[in-house]
Design a protein around this ligand. Sequence first.
Ligand code: HEM
Length: 487
Amino acid sequence: MDPLTIALCIVTVLFLLKLFHVPNNGPPGPPGYPVVGNFPLFISSDRSKLFHQLRGKYGDVFSLQLGSRRMVVINGYEALKEAFVKQADVFSERPTADYVSMKTSNDKGLVRCSGAFWKNTRTFSMRALRELGFGKRSMENKILEEVSVFLDVIGEHNGEAFALGRVAQISVSNVICSIVFGERYAHDDENFQKLMWMIDNHVKLLSKAIVVTFFPVVRFLPGDVTKLEALSTNYQNTNRFLQHQIDRHRATFHKDNIRDFIDAFILEEMTQGKTDYLDDENLTKVVNGLFVAGTETTSTTIKWAILFLIRHPHVQIKLRHEINNVIGSSRVPSIADKTQMSYTEAFIHETLRMANLVPFSLIHGVKHDTVFRGYTIRKEDLVVPNLESSLFEESLFEDPHTFNPERFIGEDGKLNGKEHTVLAFSLGRRVCFGESLARMELFLFLTSLVQTFKLLPEDDKRLPPTKPISGVVNYPQEFKFKAVKIN
Ligand code: HEM
C-alpha cells in the first residue's frame, strides 16, 4: 500500500471514530448497528411506544444514535422543567447543522433559529403583536368575526352528518391574516385558498423531510424520496406570496397609521435602521412561521375538542350548562367570561392534554456541551422534549388515558392548579409563541360552538376513534358528526 492510501485510511478511520464516538458518560440507550446506529429501530417503531419503553429501561434521559447524530430524549415533567426552565440558558437553542432548516428558513425567522438572532426576532415580534392587541381583549373582535363565519358554515349542513374538513383551518388562519396583513379573506378567495394549500402542504412535507434532520446523509438519495426539495420549493413559493403582501404594504405605508404586523416591522426597520434581523427576508420567514405554527395546531385542537365532545356527551351537557349559566343564549361569549367558567377551562386543558398535539415538541439543541443529570450532552446533539411523557404521567394525572376534565377542578369548584402542569405548549424560553392567542381562540370557538349546536356522532354505535394519525402533529382520523342547531 502506498503512503498516500495509508494516510487516507488513517484519516477516514479517525473521522469515523469521531463521528460515531459516544462518550462514556453520554445518556444510556439501546445498542445500535454500525453506521446507522439505532436508525432502523427509530423508523420501524411507533415513536410513542418506543420512547415509553426506552424510558422504562433507561430512565428519564436516554439517547439514540441515528446515523451520525445522537438524539437525547428528555422525559417526564420534572426532568423537562429541570432542563428547559432551570437551565434555559443552555437548552433553548435549535439543533446545529439542520438540513431542513438550511433548505427552508436557513436559520432565520422565529421557529428554526437560535442565539441572539432568535432572541431579537422573538422579542421584537412579541412586543409588536402585543401592541397590536395579541392576547388582549382587542383581539377578541377579530376572533369573533371568524367564529361567526365558522358557525354559519357549520349551520349550512342543517344537522346532517359532515366532516369538518378545512373550515377550522381557514378560520384560524384568517385570524393570523387580520393580525399580519390587516385583512381577512372570504373562505373561497382564490389567493387565500392557495396560501392555505401551501401551509397544509408544508406540514405534510415536513413530517417526511424531518428524517434528514436525524440522518443527514439520506438527502443524497435520488428522486427526492425525503421530500426535502419539494419542501424547499413549497417554502419559497409561500415566501413569494408573502413578499407580495410586504411590497403592497411598503407602497401604502404611513408611519402614523400602523395597520398590522407587517407595518410594525417596517416601522421598526425605519427607526432602528436595517439590522441582521430587520429585513424583508426575515420578515417573510417570521410571517411564514406564524402561519405554519399557528394554523394546523389550533385548528386540529378544535377538531380534537369536537371529537371528545361527541365521545363524552355528559361533558358536553356540563359544558353547555355552564355556558347557559354564565353567558346565556342571547349574547356571544367573551374572554371576560373565562374567569367564571372553570368547567370550560378544565375541558380545554383536558383537550390539550389528551390531544397531545405536538408530542415531541420541536427539536432543541444545547448552546455548548453540557452535563445534565450526570450525562454529557454535546452541542451537536438533537434534544427532544418528550412532552407526551408528561401529558400522560401517572404521578401527575390519575388514570391518564381517560378523558376527564374534572381532574382539574378542586373541591371549591374552581381550577385546582393542576392545569399548569399540562405542557401542550412546551415550556421554557421556547414555549409556544402563540399560546395566548391559541387559548383565546380555543375558548371563543368552542364556547360559541357548544352554545349554538348540539354535537352528535354520525352513528351512535361507531364513535370516532381516538388513535391519532401521527406526524410532527397528531391529527384525529377524519370523522363525520352532526351539528344540530339549538332553538
Ligand atoms: C393549540 C395550539 C398550539 C399548540 C398546541 C402549539 C404548540 C407549540 C409547541 C409544542 C411548540 C414548540 C416549542 C418548543 O420548541 O419547545 C410551539 C412553537 C411555536 N408556536 Fe405554537 N402552538 C399552538 C398555536 C400557535 C399559534 C396560534 C401560533 C401563532 C400565531 C404559534 C406560533 C408558534 C411559534 C412561532 C413557535 C416557535 C417558537 C420559537 O421557536 O421561539 N403556535 N408551539
